[in-house]
Design a protein around this ligand. Structure first.
Ligand SMILES: Cc1cc2nc3c(=O)[nH]c(=O)nc-3n(C[C@H](O)[C@H](O)[C@H](O)COP(=O)(O)OP(=O)(O)OC[C@H]3O[C@@H](n4cnc5c(N)ncnc54)[C@H](O)[C@@H]3O)c2cc1C
Length: 579
């Protein structure tokens, strides 16, 4: 699955840097995605037409198509980072364009003829949507009422989906529909409704949904009234719709961290810039110990999300059989941490965090604060779509017995290998995705070994002590989980436990990234392990112990400010090593 290569991921990520260069400097009004225009469009709830056209002309969609089907998708970190780079400029543009990846993914999981057909569709640059949810049924996909009558030569689709990203704009939609009236796991199928195949008169739309975030997106309802497509439009075997969707979500959930991180990048950039500029008689936030601490903690939160992103995508390549759990852990903790970061930075920026448009920016780019509050609103959607936070916690609860099942932890080098910078990743092995894991997450099982490895005499006491404290919490959590009664509807205590498991998983991700990437973390963040100490103390605080020490927050902030001045606050090389 993974093979050690001679190069580093700096080479693998060259297309990301090329895309970043193409997008240009967002402070420049002439850039492909400029901050000023992005804020103005959002205020008018206007669709970012030109931006989407430009990104499509660049060919971003080719990175959504697996190489086996003629596209560029090999290492999934590449499109993930492209989405991040787009989202830090304008989350709406990234969510609107990236939706095609979600719309197409069921075809990659299903494989066969439909995957070839989907590749052709995506290659045209036309949007492909994902029609899962229905009005009044929300997250409960098994209740889908949209029907698919699968005949010998045709499929007839009736019903409606809502709210759907790109509902009107899309050329085609992968629709989850009931193909069997009898209840059960095999009663739903997936149908590719190509609007150029079905009679347009049989497809109607509900009005654009006015939304708090993603204002400019083409969010609407779609109605199928006897829409007929060929029987070859069934995605995967008939009756396997729910299974294919659940497996696909295991890949799309880590993918959404790219959106979260883009928003987080934007927030940090605004806060670090604003903190360096005197604000009237109060002076600079950077000179206030309270503000410095808040900023240091925000940086730690951002780096935790980055670690989750890296582990999520690398696990999809290396341990697809664990994604039922890993994707839920990542999808719960990523947006939850991003939401926390926005809450804290909103408090730090004060009234400026609520300013719309280009007023009151001081020495900053005129739209800086407008972009901050747009990112704050937009990013809230990540915790809602592709399975909301409650759904993901429920999945973690269901997985706890598997995590508890006795199994030896794999050798540490094996656990760390997929995260190393010098490892090449083959195509995603969608055939190895499983609805339930055998033994939960190997990274969680490796926590004692990770903690021992980091206690190497070189890593700071602050990091090691926090790691040991978290390990103690994990041991207690395992015991609590073992005592949980098996229930079809878990009680709130189980959800609380799942939340704590996710936090421990976050700490394991940070430890693994630190150990796997020693010597390859770029710029000032790589000069010490201040970042690790701050992330671990932050996680430990969320688990119930003391808050991040002032010295630890300060050290990370200093490194982050230098990284920010040189490009970006990141553990990855993609922005800082320009080719
Ligand atoms: C901007 C945006 C874009 C979207 N784009 C798409 C798209 O392109 N395609 C698509 O298919 N969908 C899309 N959606 C829909 C999104 O995926 C749904 O909002 C989500 O799946 C529905 O679930 P929900 O958690 O929002 O709401 P609900 O399912 O109504 O849940 C609300 C709350 O109640 C809880 N709950 C619900 N039922 C139960 C129960 N039986 N027992 C206990 N608790 C329960 C949930 O866990 C949740 O906490 C989009 C939504 C938004 C906001």
């Amino acid at each position: 699955m993974t093979a050690v290569a001679t190069g580093s991921d700096a080479g693998t990520l060259a297309p990301v840097r090329a895309f970043d260069a193409f997008l240009g400097n967002p402070a420049d009004d002439e850039a492909v995605v400029s901050t000023r225009r992005s804020v103005l469009l959002d205020e008018r709830s206007a669709f970012p037409e030109d931006e989407i056209a430009a990104v499509t002309a660049f060919g971003l969609q080719q990175w959504y198509v697996p190489a086996a089907h003629g596209g560029n998708l090999g290492d999934a970190l590449v499109p993930l980072l492209m989405i991040r780079h787009l989202a830090r400029r304008d989350f709406t543009v990234a969510a609107v364009h990236g939706k095609t990846f979600l719309g197409a993914i069921c075809a990659w999981v299903a494989g066969g003829e439909i995957a070839t057909r989907m590749a052709g569709l995506v290659d045209t640059g036309s949007p492909v949507s994902w029609g899962l949810t229905e009005r009044g049924r929300g997250s409960d996909l098994s209740r889908s009422a949209t029907s698919a009558q699968i005949g010998t030569g045709t499929v007839r689709v009736d019903g409606g989906k809502w709210p759907i990203n790109n509902a009107v704009r899309c050329r085609a939609m992968t629709v989850l529909a009931r193909s069997d009236e009898r209840p059960g796991p095999r009663s739903l199928s997936l149908v590719l409704v190509d609007k150029e195949e079905a009679d347009p008169a049989t497809i109607g739309y509900d009005a654009k949904v006015a939304s708090h975030g993603l204002r400019g997106a083409n969010l609407a309802g779609i109605r199928f009234e006897g829409s007929v497509v060929g029987a070859d439009a069934v995605v995967g075997p008939a009756g396997h719709g729910l299974e294919i969707v659940l497996k696909s979500l295991q890949l799309t959930r880590p993918f959404t961290t790219g959106l979260s991180l883009g928003a987080v990048d934007r927030a940090l950039q605004t806060a670090l810039d604003a903190a360096a500029v005197p604000d009237g008689a109060r002076g600079r936030l950077l000179d206030s110990p309270t503000s410095r601490r808040a900023l240091g903690i925000a940086v730690a939160d951002a780096l935790l999300v980055e670690c989750l992103m890296l582990v999520g995508v690398r696990s999809a390549h290396a341990v697809p059989g664990e994604m039922a759990l890993v994707s839920a852990l990542v999808k719960f903790l990523g947006p939850d941490t991003a939401d926390l970061l926005f809450r804290d930075l909103t408090r730090l920026l004060g009234p400026r965090a609520l300013i719309v448009g280009s007023e009151g920016s001081g020495g900053l780019h005129p739209s800086a604060f407008g972009a901050f509050q747009k990112a704050a609103r937009d990013s809230r959607v990540v915790g809602i779509f592709d399975g909301n936070s409650v759904v993901n916690l429920n999945m973690i609860v269901n997985e706890l017995p598997n995590q508890l099942r006795p199994a030896a932890p794999p050798p540490l080098p094996e656990v760390l290998a997929p995260l190393r910078a010098d490892v090449e990743h083959d195509a995603l092995d969608t055939a190895s995705l499983r609805l339930v894991t055998r033994h939960g997450s190997r990274l969680l099982r490796s926590l004692p070994a990770l903690v021992d490895a980091v206690d190497d005499g070189r890593t700071s006491r602050a990091a090691v002590d926090a790691a040991r404290w978290i390990l103690g919490e994990y041991t207690a959590l395992l015991a609590e989980a073992g005592d949980l009664p098996r229930q079809s509807q878990p009680d709130p205590l189980a959800f609380h436990l799942a939340e704590r498991f996710a936090l421990v998983f976050g700490a394991a991700c940070a430890l693994a990234v630190h150990l796997a990437r020693a010597g390859t973390i770029p710029g000032p963040l790589g000069e010490s392990n201040a970042w690790l100490a701050a992330v671990l103390q932050r996680v430990a605080h969320r688990l119930g112990t003391d808050t991040v020490e002032t010295a630890v927050a300060d050290a990370l902030l200093d490194a982050a400010l230098r990284a920010h001045a040189g490009g970006a606050v990141t553990l990855l090389p993609s922005w800082t090593e320009r080719s």
